[in-house]
Design a protein around this ligand. Structure first.
Ligand code: FES
Length: 180
């Protein structure tokens, strides 16, 4: 913030030297800086003020709110970028969702339960491979999905996902650990 103000002041001094400080310059200064290009918003060469506002809004919208609810009912609210899977999002936020096969549809350890049918209905239909893996999941419900196949999109803003009390890990190498 301080740096951007200094940068703006420098720009105004330059305008004064050139004898071009006008009320337009002043208005531009008062509008505040373009945070991306470090100059008065009005004079930013790449986009208009409206574009900047739009960009800022988009940046805001590029993430959705997701709540994970663990087996003890404890909730964790996170922001997930559009396009990221719930498995990746869980890992980035230290949420205990295993994901033994790292999203290759060869396990069911990323099983999550979509808590609201309304959101479940907004998801793409599961592929056969996902259904096959879900059949192996502990505590399968009508709204179960594999976390690695649930991809953040704007319509899912506010989704709540419950983590099942246990998972069954049929790892790709055949190792079958005890449920945890
Ligand atoms: Fe294995 Fe999702 S991580 S199926």
């Amino acid at each position: 913030m301080f740096i951007s103000k200094v940068s703006q002041l420098g720009w105004i001094v330059k305008e004064l030297r050139r004898g071009q400080y006008t009320s337009v310059t002043r208005t531009a200064y008062l509008q505040g800086p373009c945070s991306r290009h470090m100059q008065p918003l009005k004079y930013c060469s790449s986009t208009t003020a409206a574009d900047h506002t739009h960009e800022e809004k988009n940046e805001h919208k590029e993430k959705i709110s997701v709540t994970f609810v663990d087996k003890d009912g404890e909730e964790k609210h996170i922001k997930v970028p559009i396009g990221m899977s719930m498995l990746e999002a869980a890992h980035e936020n230290d949420i205990e969702l295993e994901g033994a096969c790292e999203g290759s549809l060869a396990c069911s350890t990323c099983h999550v339960i979509v808590m609201d049918v309304e959101y479940y209905n907004k998801l793409e239909d599961p592929m056969d491979e996902e259904n096959d893996m879900l059949d192996l999941a502990f505590g399968l419900t009508e709204t179960s999905r594999l976390g690695c196949q649930v991809i953040a999109k704007p319509e899912l803003d506010g989704i709540r996902l419950a983590l099942p009390a246990a998972t069954r890990n049929f790892a790709v190498d055949g190792y079958v650990p005890k449920p945890h």
